[in-house]
Write a protein that binds this ligand. Sequence first.
Ligand code: SF4
Ligand code: SF4
Length: 396
Amino acid sequence: MTDVSLVRCEEYGRENAYGAVTRAIDLIGGVGRFVRPGERVLVKPNILHPSSPDKAVCTHPDIIHAVCRLLREHGCEVLIADSPGAGSVYGPSQMEKAYETTGYGQVARDLGVELNVDVSSLMVQNPGGMLIKMFPLIKPATQVDAIVIVSKLKTHSLTYMTAGTKNAFGLVAGMEKATFHGRLPDPDDFARMLVDLNELVRPRLEIIDAVLAMEGGGPYSGSPRKIGAVLASDSYAAIDVVAAKLIGIEPMDVPTIRAAVERGVLKSGLEDVVVKGDGLEGLAVKDFKGPPTYDEGGMKGLNVLVKKATALAKAYALRPEIIKRNCTGCGRCERSCPMNVIKMRKGVARIMYRRCIRCYTCHEMCTSAAIELKRGLGGRMAVMIFERRNRVEGAR
Ligand code: SF4
Ligand code: SF4
């Protein structure tokens, strides 16, 4: 049995967040079950792109403050570290700026915890990996005694949702993340890689900030959506099961949860996940908007089709389209594209679709709402054919 605590937290605020995080961790055994006094602990938020807390892109600083305060009170040495999105090259000064924008700089000053600005990486062997046998990790992830993942609950164009399992991807160093997108365009393979990574780094504790989540076009361009909850567990997979249920997603529709079940991290019926605390009944939302890639049937259909006919699947899948009037020419998408199929022309991004693998990294990286996910002509025709076929089969 794997316990996941779910605790009501109506709003942020240092004391509110501290109360909710403490209760969530106490419900699964207390902080002493996961870390020992004197241990050096890496607290990993979700930065993605440094954004102010009200945008719901990054883990809220009050939740980070609460986790760090608890660890400090327990006698741990705390380091906040992340490697933000693959579209920008982060050096120490960019990291410092990121911490200020997200509010973690103030957290560090208030509590006397360290902020990591070391952007170097180390190749770490992963002999137990099913798919990936070596990961380029940010150095501090290899040097601490324990890792605590503190995620933001959001939708995700490639992996349906991002929470515990996906947030660990930020331990992979900077631009190296893009190479994984290039190597693993199928969401199920990408999810298997994420399970490999989580099994390698083995976070001791997982916390999810679902006070203000993100729905719709996540993980960057969606809309903030109040849920009013904090979750905790020692299992990246189990916490994601409860997070999925919280926002009305069928857990087995999430590639990372499927991959964890396939690996045997969870039982296939998910009956080994036990919810403690305030329960899903009063907190789960029913009308949470998923990402267009899934809500419009694109990715579910794509997953089946990819195995059958790649060309057809590609035509069917939503594709990234540049909204020229919003494009600032920043080049973030160009730098993050694993297939190198985005080029700047006259200060505006342009995509060469022939080799685009529909990984949506560019959509994730664009901070100007200049990339929309839409179907091309072939995809719209495929939808019409499928819908007609479904109507005919339904009428039989
Ligand atoms: S689409 Fe334009 S604004 Fe968006 S990341 Fe690419 S270059 Fe920057
Ligand atoms: S252009 Fe295609 S391959 Fe490149 S990042 Fe965007 S979706 Fe991925």
